[in-house]
Design a protein around this ligand. Sequence first.
Ligand code: MN
Length: 449
Amino acid sequence: MSLGNFLRQMEKEKQVLHVKEEVSTRFEVSHVLKDCDDNGPVLMFDKIDGHTTKVVGNVCGTRKRLCRALNVGEGGLYEKLMEAWRPSGRTKVANDGPVKEVLEKTVDLSKVPFLTHFEKDAGPYATSGVIHAKSPDGRVENVSVHRLQILDKTHFAIRLVPRHLFNLWNMAKAAGRDLDVAISIGMHPAVLLAASSPVAFGVCEFDVANALMGGDLRLVDCEHVDAHAPAEAELVLEGRISTTKEVVEGPFVDVTGTYDIQRKQPVVEVVGIMRREEYVYEALLPSGAEHRLLMGLPHEVLIWDSVTKVVPKIGAVNLSVGGCGWLHAVIAVEKQVDGDGKNALLAAFAAHPSLKHAVVVDTDIDVFDACDVEWAIATRFQAGEDLVLVPNARGSTLDCSANQETGLTTKVGVDATRPLGKPREKFDRARIPVDERFERLVCRLRGSA
Ligand code: MN
């Protein structure tokens, strides 16, 4: 299963909007992506100024599309992900694959339509690169997504947050060598979602993707470096992360839609390029719907799992759009006793340490509808009793309002579930009773409006 397979499926379901006008990689593609951010279609840019390559974006931009990609209903998504996070088998390595149709003789990154996204960005960046690397003894493999700043025709700067790839880089450094990496771009959505999943160090995220794809993922060896790439990727950049050379990386926009600071980060030398004959370049807009979903959704799973352990019945979880898919959660629970709401809040904060504000509502509230959530707060919440305030907790480094020196923040939990001790009908939303025939008539009226 490839990105191409999924795009063909989406074409059939009329989920792809073709941008036929010629657009520039500098701001224009990102502007269109931003404009179609809210539940928008897959965007295929057919004509890119100065390039023959097409650019596709917003592939993983809605929950519905991610569910379609994983062949699961929205109700079963979290369970499916949890199961895949403990993969039982290894991914098969094939001898050849479509990604080896062209093995470029010379590396020239200026031929790839990398985008410049925002006004003050340091320059063009690759944002959908899925990076595979191994520990020096070959025992640990890791796959993760990192932003890459284009420096020249053969070099990137890579942002290494102190997580798994950073560990592997430190291990290579201790062994006195650079770290070989395969940077794969343009794959089935399951691969991006797996690479964004918070699995333990030592679990290879390609195996998670393989589990999500029902055992259909195939890998190939790179030509120049000791790393693997999906056989059906559109484009693979073979590289070495230097353990000696660093440059200033950034500024660049993160998931909050604000600029991340500049830091000294390692340089990647690209030593080989493998690609399909006619490859499609996959874009991913920083702070856009895809970025929020890919980062947030796996953490919704963690919250869901944690809250399920303290409140027997829970509904949906939403790391909301306004909360950057990262800092705000809305959780629906079926309260058994008063106090369940607060326990749900504590469980949510424990499951996702970056979480800053959380709201718990009853299951008659749509956690994906900000107005509905606000209505619950307006009619069911009393700050004197229902507020949980935790000053000086460890917060997210992405939150620009947190203390920038200590990283400390104040966490706020809002229990907007109705109190069980008071008459239920006081808190129920009033209905207007009409029959089905009349409801159909109203639907028709709405359709013609
Ligand atoms: Mn990992």
